[in-house]
Design a protein around this ligand. Structure first.
Ligand code: HAM
Length: 428
């Protein structure tokens, strides 16, 4: 009997997992430089967290959550995103009381959404995201955007577009909301049932509808830009000013509303405009959520963050033809001739590995030729050849596989010999 992997999931196998590790290490490194620290939260949470946090009217909560009853009859949900959990953890761990503010967090981990799988849309995907909690300074909005753009650029992507909008504060949103209801209400019968539901609950989301995107009322809908009050408009201008100082280009897009309920003020998405990227071009999205901490039972605290999936990042790299510089080779392959050498190689590989040298040997009783073939397949930089004779002389022949040079080295010194040689090659 054989089993199929569940729809919308994937195995990340050796050969590809190195790319993931490389990207994750780059993400961790940029977080280190921007002083964001890792937060690890559970994969599942109480369902209500997402209902409240992400919002009842969102697609995520209405149709995409993996929700189940546990044996104690609690309703739990596999996390569909990271922000609600990060805010919960911030409140539960009283991070608002920490002396160092704002609190700057990052996470890397699997998220789950029951969506229709297609290229770039998985049911299990890995998000890298950051959240900065406790600052209302427009500079931190720019910092979050800069980190997101920076990671893509440091990985070599350059066909990127940053779309920026402001959703304003509560008052601005309310005024805009009223205008939207007035605009759509007389002809709401011409819209899909989702939009009809959205009219009262969250008319902003009508602008995000894929089905009704070409309806004539979409193009003429009131723009949030015209409803931003003075404070919101000023805040937005400061965010743009900070981005200008960072030489980060953006495209203003007053239709960018984001699919989650918690946003206000700054909202942004980063798209790939590489040819052949496919239908879904959003690489990452984020924004400000000043009411969420309070909604989750904490003190009134501003917040902003973003998230990207590694899956879409890999697709963008492929579309731009970028190869990541992942190490594919090993340092040393130990080739043995004779029984005594084979037994002694156990001690040798152990010693080399403990010294930090990536080392492999044969476990299939291959002849010498086969062992060399294996060393070549592994692109081993060195081959150490151990025969019964060498053991008697307490020596080993070390061959540089690139130059073909070979040297006899005393067994006691082989690891320091290899370490020196590998360092030299690294240009140290
Ligand atoms: P989101 O726009 O729902 O925002 O997702 C952010 C990113 O996650 C997307 O831009 C995309 O890269 C990736 N993503 C979402 N769904 C899928 C999927 N089914 N398959 C592959 N990748 C996917 C959020 O999740 C917010 N929590 C972001 C945020 C953080 N806002 C503030 N802080």
């Amino acid at each position: 009997m054989s089993f199929q992997i569940p729809r919308g999931t994937q195995d990340i196998v050796p050969g590809t997992s190195e790319l993931w590790q490389y990207i994750e290490s780059k993400a961790r490194d940029i977080c280190r430089r921007y002083n964001y620290h890792e937060l690890r939260t559970p994969i599942f949470e109480h369902t209500e967290l997402f209902q409240r946090g992400v919002g009842d009217t969102t697609d995520i909560v209405q149709k995409e959550m993996y929700t189940f009853q546990d044996r104690g009859d609690r309703s739990l949900t596999l996390r569909p995103e990271g922000t609600a959990s990060a805010v919960r953890a911030y409140v539960n761990n009283k991070m608002y009381g920490l002396p160092e503010q704002p609190v700057k967090l990052y996470y890397i981990g699997p998220m789950f959404r029951y969506e229709r799988p297609q290229s770039g849309r998985m049911r299990q995907f890995v998000q890298f995201g950051i959240e900065a909690l406790g600052s209302n300074d427009p500079s931190i909005d720019a910092e979050v955007i800069a980190l997101a753009m920076g990671l893509y650029q440091e990985l070599g992507l350059n066909k990127l577009k940053l779309y920026l909008n402001s959703l304003g504060d509560k008052e601005s949103r309310e005024a805009h909301r009223k205008a939207l209801v007035q605009h759509f209400e007389p002809r709401i019968g011409e819209f899909c049932s989702d939009c009809q539901n959205r009219l009262e609950k969250n008319p902003l989301r009508i602008l995000d509808c894929k089905k009704d995107r070409d309806h004539e009322l979409m193009g003429t809908a009131p723009s949030i830009v015209d409803y931003l009050n003075e404070g919101s408009a000023h805040y937005f201008s400061k965010v743009k000013e900070a981005l200008d100082h960072m030489d980060i280009e953006y495209v203003l897009d007053d239709r960018l509303v984001r699919g989650l309920d918690y946003y206000n003020h700054t909202a942004f998405e980063i798209m790939s405009d590489a040819e052949g990227f496919g239908a879904i071009t959003t690489l990452s999205g984020g924004g400000r959520y000043n009411g969420l901490v309070e909604e989750m039972g904490g003190p009134s605290t501003p917040g902003i963050g973003f998230a990207m999936s590694i899956e879409r990042l890999l697709m963008a790299l492929e579309a731009e033809g970028i190869e990541l510089p992942v190490e594919k080779s090993i340092d040393c392959y130990v080739v043995t001739m004779g029984d005594e050498a084979q037994a002694a190689s156990n001690g040798l590989v152990q010693k080399l590995r403990r010294a930090g040298i990536s080392t492999e040997r044969d476990y299939l009783d291959k002849k010498m030729k086969g062992q060399f073939k294996a060393a070549n397949r592994l692109q081993s930089k060195y081959v150490a050849i151990l025969g019964d004779e060498e053991i008697e002389r307490n020596e080993i022949n070390v061959k540089n596989m690139i130059t073909g040079e070979q040297e006899a080295v005393s067994l006691a010194e082989v690891s320091s010999y290899l370490i020196d040689k590998l360092k030299e090659e690294d240009g140290e």
